[in-house]
Design a protein around this ligand. Structure first.
Ligand SMILES: [Zn+2]
Length: 188
């Protein structure tokens, strides 16, 4: 990840959340952000038969989480996997919206031997994951939870995010250290 991106992402997330009228520690209703960005959200089984999605999940578990499409008429549509649980979906949608906020290139669709593949840029994936975490679990919210004694599982459940995202944010945001410092007398 390029130098300075992490701090930039925290600021972009704070700015985006402020534009939605959210307090720094308030949860982000991801569909409010989608509305503000004029992005339409559909479950994939609104568009194709659910059995085809279930088949894909069985053949390639985790292959399809969510994807963004820029339609010829100018609409932007995010399609998510309806078989994922609500927490995972929330994190996946935040990831897709993060790509849009960061003005990343649309992932290319490539046809190889009759199969359609998304080509992913690893750096852009890392950036989108990082920003998604900042949007859903801003530092102020995490600090509040950590002070209250919550762990990753509690944070994930309470704020409807995937457990890996909650763990990732708690481990990388520095809030554990900050909470420990403020609890230990004489280290301020
Ligand atoms: Zn992505």
């Amino acid at each position: 990840m390029r130098r300075g991106f992490k701090a930039e992402a925290e600021r972009l997330a704070d700015r985006t959340r402020a534009q939605l009228g959210l307090q720094p520690y308030a949860p982000l209703p991801i569909r409010h952000l989608a509305n503000q960005l004029k992005v339409e959200i559909y479950a994939a089984d609104d568009l194709i038969d659910r059995s085809r999605i279930e088949q894909l999940n069985a053949e390639q578990p985790g292959a399809f989480s969510a994807a963004t499409f820029h339609l010829p008429d100018g609409r932007t549509v995010v399609v998510y996997n309806p078989c994922s649980d609500a927490c995972r979906t929330n994190s996946d949608l935040a990831h897709e919206l993060a790509h849009l906020l960061l003005a990343h290139d649309v992932r290319e669709l490539q046809q190889i031997a009759g199969h359609t593949f998304f080509t992913c840029d690893r750096d852009q994936e890392d950036e989108a994951n990082w920003l998604a975490g900042c949007l859903l679990l801003p530092r102020a919210l995490l600090l509040k939870e950590i002070y209250a004694g919550a762990d990753a599982a509690a944070v994930a459940q309470k704020h409807d995010v995937s457990l890996p995202m909650a763990r990732f944010r708690i481990n990388t945001s520095g809030v554990l250290l900050q909470a420990r410092r403020s609890r230990t007398p004489g280290t301020r």
